[in-house]
Design a protein around this ligand. Structure first.
Ligand SMILES: C[S@@+](CC[C@H](N)C(=O)[O-])C[C@H]1O[C@@H](n2cnc3c(N)ncnc32)[C@H](O)[C@@H]1O
Length: 277
């Protein structure tokens, strides 16, 4: 097996193990999953902010249709996004995630354990496709192929939405500085106390790789990339601690809706919208 193929299958296995063994297990205190606690701030304002930002893209699915594909749905299928479709096909590597999805969608869903790089569906089968926060957990060299394969599964003129991320924005720059400062402080503390200072209980590592979304999708004719949302967990938590979240969210939501392309340079998460031909 080549080095590249080895890495690809290692990433696949690690991500599956992370979600099966940790991410899609219930968190102890909250009524949610461990992956959510790890990746999102979960108060009411933050949840409403995330949901409304995603839902503003549902208009691109038009009147819906027969089959919707929620690729990499894990335990969080986007029920509202697929409500205009007769059936929602949930595909993921995580069996634990799919079992949770089945509890939510019941008979309106079909559940398939599969790798997004090798989905077992016929070309042009789907009337709408969503890939939410999944592609950046796929090996970096495979991500372009996965998007090309998903494109083939969409019927002509139908929409593929990919919730992805970007590193070329203000939030990412602040985060990079924040992480470096944190690491430096931890190192200094270790030196001062002359013993290992443990970080808070560390969860298992999870692979991710963020390409430049414009380069990632340059092969497609009809593609539009806009800001999905500005805030990630870190800024949301900081604003909530400062009691500023409720004040800031309406302003950011206004900016995200009014200037979706400009806000790409501020916010971390992006929506890649591709129309199939
Ligand atoms: C961050 S979760 C996103 C879940 C859900 N779509 C959401 O937005 O809340 C990423 C999901 O992608 C799945 N995943 C990662 N790599 C995959 C692959 N190669 N094939 C299928 N699913 C994959 C993981 O198992 C996990 O359930």
């Amino acid at each position: 097996m080549s080095k590249r193929a080895e890495r690809t299958s290692e990433v696949y296995k690690d991500v599956r193990d992370f979600y099966d063994g940790y991410g899609w297990k219930s968190a102890e205190k909250n009524d949610c999953y461990q992956a959510e606690v790890l990746h999102e701030h979960l108060n009411e304002t933050a949840r409403a902010y995330m949901k409304s930002n995603e839902m503003r893209y549902s208009k691109y699915y038009g009147d819906g249709g027969r089959l919707f594909l929620d690729a990499g749905c894990g335990a969080e299928p986007r029920r509202e996004m697929s409500s205009a479709f007769a059936k929602c096909v949930c595909a993921d590597v995580s069996l634990v995630g799919l079992k949770e999805s089945r509890k939510k969608l019941k008979d309106s869903g079909l559940y398939v354990v599969a790798d997004l790089a090798a989905l077992p569906f016929k070309k042009k089968s789907f009337d709408g496709i969503l890939v939410s926060h999944c592609v950046y957990h796929i090996d970096k060299d495979l991500q372009p192929l996965v998007i090309r394969e998903l494109y083939k599964l969409a019927k002509p003129e139908k929409t593929i939405l990919i919730f992805y991320a970007s590193n070329r924005n203000l939030v990412s720059v602040f985060q990079a500085v924040g992480i470096k400062t944190y690491k430096l402080v931890m190192l200094l503390l270790r030196l001062v106390r002359r013993k290992r200072v443990e970080d808070e209980k560390t969860p298992p590592p999870l692979y991710y790789y963020i390409h430049n979304p414009f380069k990632l999708t340059r092969a497609f004719d009809e593609v539009d990339i806009t800001c999905l949302r500005i805030l990630t967990r870190w800024e949301t938590t900081a604003l909530a601690k400062l009691k500023l979240l409720k004040l800031v969210v309406p302003l950011l939501s206004f900016l995200e809706r009014k200037f979706p392309h400009l806000m790409l340079y501020i916010g971390k998460y992006v929506t890649i919208r591709i129309r199939a031909q």
